[in-house]
Design a protein around this ligand. Structure first.
Ligand code: MF3
Ligand code: CO
Length: 248
């Protein structure tokens, strides 16, 4: 069952969405050659504590950190470490928080120093695919319209979409129904309704869509070693169209 939210609940989710995005944008400024993802984790934890909210990922199915930081060929769920970022890398930062019982979840991929034109294009196309998907988040449309928008844009650019990880409904739980694949058929799936809040999160690979999980049981990497980008926003379906809750 897909839980529809009241206007008051959407405002609660906007609060958590904006706070998580605010911390992510602060972390974007801290991404530079020589930094480690553990430093970003420490920063995230400090800010979450300062604001007086809770991390959503730490302890979730045993995940050890507040932040997921996935570098280059890592797709999602990279565990922050002492690995030093170098110019030319890309790093995907994904974080969740709980504010007054409501979840916020957002992600973005950040260039480290100067990156190649082909990586700039991967980041741009992935973010565009998210924007095109958000545009489909309207009452009367179907879930497949969102999925198809991501897939079409990524594949037209010569990239592939990850199949093993999906977006999701969000509210008083991090993961609610529906699952939101980044591939699918327009005009198919559940009809979208006012009050639904969706975390849409395209994961786009430069090469093959296949992924595998490392021995740490978390880090998902591309099977072919190609680079991968990830952007995530929470969007509420309202009578006035899509309302992005993770926007400052
Ligand atoms: N952004 C991922 C998601 O939306 C985060 C996974 S939560 C983790 O589902 F704690 F398992 F990392
Ligand atoms: Co998510």
């Amino acid at each position: 069952m897909i839980i529809c939210k009241s206007a008051a609940e959407i405002e609660k989710l906007r609060r958590s969405g904006r706070l998580v995005r605010e911390i992510l944008e602060e972390m974007r400024q801290k991404v530079r050659p020589g930094a480690t993802t553990l430093e970003l984790e420490e920063y995230a934890e400090k800010r979450i504590r300062q604001i007086g909210i809770k991390p959503a990922f730490k302890g979730y199915r045993g995940y050890p950190c507040c932040l997921c930081a996935s570098i280059n060929n890592e797709v999602v769920h990279g565990i922050p470490s002492r690995r030093v970022l170098a110019s030319g890398d890309i790093v995907s930062l994904d974080m969740g928080v709980i504010v007054d019982g409501y979840y916020g979840d957002s992600a973005l991929t950040v260039p480290v120093g100067e990156i190649s034109d082909s990586l700039k294009r991967l980041l741009r196309v992935t973010e565009e695919s998210l924007q095109l998907a958000i545009e489909q988040a309207r009452a009367g449309k179907r879930l497949g319209d969102i999925s198809a928008a991501v897939q079409r844009h990524a594949e037209q650019a010569g990239y592939s979409v990850v199949r093993e990880f999906v977006g999701h409904g969000i509210g008083r739980s991090l993961h609610e129904e529906p699952q939101i694949p980044n591939f699918g058929r327009a005009g198919h799936g559940p009809v979208l309704k006012e009050g639904m809040v969706l975390a849409i999160e395209p994961m786009v690979n430069a090469g093959t869509s296949d992924v595998r999980v490392l021995d740490d049981h978390w880090t998902a990497v591309t099977a072919d070693g190609g680079y991968s980008a990830h952007f995530e926003h929470m969007v509420a379906i309202t009578r006035n169209g899509p309302d992005v809750l993770t926007q400052l």
